[in-house]
Design a protein around this ligand. Structure first.
Ligand code: NAD
Length: 423
């Protein structure tokens, strides 16, 4: 594996993204100059964010916005608020966004942003001031035709609303298309909040069909009960699957007969307590959840959860990667040898950016669609991306992950070749 030539990017998540890219580029025989270019971000911005805390102190946070590629259109990608956010992680997530958008045939490049902060430890006022200062600092980079942020770990529709307002105040008029994942009142889209989870379900149903497994006989374990994990669990449950385990950062709940997901969701929201404290199943650790005997395992928390340490103990038939980068390279090899069917992250979790694209189109047209239109268009795009990836994997005799990456990279490479080099 060749090393990135910017030492400040050199983190485990960035190394994983580059190693995956290198593998795919090797198989595709990608031109060396494109390899060098696409391994690095196009632009990276690091910002210092002084924020007035409620007790009168000023605390300075560090934020980032990275644009990996804009050859196919404006760049697109979420904003993460998490204490471990760093430049390398943001750059890796931006690179995955490039391949994800290309694989789904969306006219976007990839970007990502983040602030190193524990958002739950801030008051609403502190969170708002931090968000507005971050939006002001990344203002030169973002815009509906330039780069369009969205929610990711630790951010939500309210954070997007503050970014939209800060941007709009700078230019003097409302610009809904500067972010996606906004509230409906300011140009958000129906179906955006659940979109990533719903997309995970659509491709999981396709994989079950491919493997001739009845959804009624399917058991599912979901790591992470935030936006992606909770909607995946809810919709899989509605489809007739049995959800045998779910977890949050503090640990999980298990019931081999199936958890009562609707009741669990209501109690989790009301109580605002760790899942385990609700006592609605047997307690289990996140590590135990990953190695449960189940049909479908959905990692929907953070990256690098399935590693060389636990991969050989996985007992699922399908791994549907809701999270970005949940599987290390070493684990990937082990999982392939075990014959687990992998729906790779850039395919499995692309429902979020697909409905973000729908939101951006609706904002530009000032014309809003029905929920049923959004669901059917999402299903259409996801099932065709799944079918194309499966076909590519079969014809090129490669894994689903390599097939997804190679299809995405190829479209980006074509765009670079057609546009040519400037100047
Ligand atoms: P979120 O903040 O809503 O939820 C994250 C969940 O993971 C929470 O339940 C949290 O308790 C849990 N968690 C955090 N650290 C954990 C750990 N160490 N072990 C186990 N669980 C842990 O975030 P989200 O938006 O649901 O994102 C989850 C993943 O999905 C991320 O990898 C994100 O990049 C990816 N993703 C999100 C979207 C989206 O639209 N939100 C789209 C594509 C991909």
């Amino acid at each position: 594996m060749s090393q990135p030539s910017m030492p400040e990017l050199d983190t485990p998540t960035f190394r994983l993204a580059v190693a995956q890219f290198d593998q795919a580029a090797q198989l595709m025989d990608l031109a060396p100059n494109l390899r060098e270019r696409l391994k690095l971000p196009q632009r990276s911005l690091m910002v210092a964010l002084p924020v007035m805390m409620d007790d009168g102190r000023v605390e300075v946070f560090t934020g980032y916005r990275v644009q990996h590629d804009s050859s196919r259109g404006p760049s697109k990608g979420g904003i993460r608020y998490h204490p471990h956010v760093n430049l390398g992680e943001v750059a890796a997530l931006a690179m995955w966004m490039t391949w994800k958008c290309a694989l789904a045939d969306l006219p976007y490049g990839g970007a990502k942003g983040g602030v190193a902060v524990a958002p739950k430890q801030l008051s609403t006022g502190e969170l708002q001031r931090l968000t507005r200062r971050y939006a002001a600092e990344i203002f030169p980079l973002i815009g509906p035709d330039k780069d369009v942020p969205a929610p990711d770990v630790g951010t939500d529709a309210q954070v997007m609303a503050w970014i939209m307002d800060t941007y709009s105040q700078q230019v003097g008029f409302a610009v809904p298309g500067v972010v996606t994942g906004k509230p409906l009142s300011i140009g958000g889209s129906l179906g955006r909040e659940e979109a990533t989870g719903r997309g995970v379900v659509y491709v999981t149903l396709e994989a079950l069909k491919h493997l001739e497994i009845d959804v009624q006989n399917t058991t599912v374990a979901v790591q992470g009960f935030g936006n992606v994990g909770s909607h995946t669990a809810r919709i899989m449950h509605e489809c007739g699957a049995k959800i045998v385990a779910v977890s949050d950062v503090h640990g999980g709940l298990h019931n081999p007969k199936g958890l009562d997901i609707p009741a669990l969701l209501t109690r989790y929201k009301e109580a605002a307590q760790p899942l385990q404290s609700l006592k609605m199943g047997e307690p289990l650790t996140n590590e135990e959840l990953l190695t449960l005997d189940c049909t479908v395992l959905v990692p929907a928390a953070l990256s690098e959860q399935i590693t060389g340490r636990n991969a050989s103990r996985l007992r699922c038939r399908i791994l549907a990667e809701g999270a970005n980068g949940p599987t290390t390279l070493e684990a990937d090899r082990i999982i392939q040898d075990k014959g687990i069917f992998v729906i790779p992250d850039i395919l499995a979790n692309s429902g979020g950016v697909i409905v973000s694209y729908f939101e951006w189109v609706q904002d530009a047209q000032r014309f809003f669609w029905k929920a049923s239109d959004i669901q059917s268009r999402l299903q259409d795009l996801m099932t065709s991306a799944f079918a194309r990836t499966l076909h590519y994997a079969a014809t090129q005799k490669t894994s689903m992950r390599m097939a997804a990456l190679m299809s995405g990279i190829d479209k980006v490479a074509q765009a670079h070749l057609h546009r040519g080099l400037y100047p």
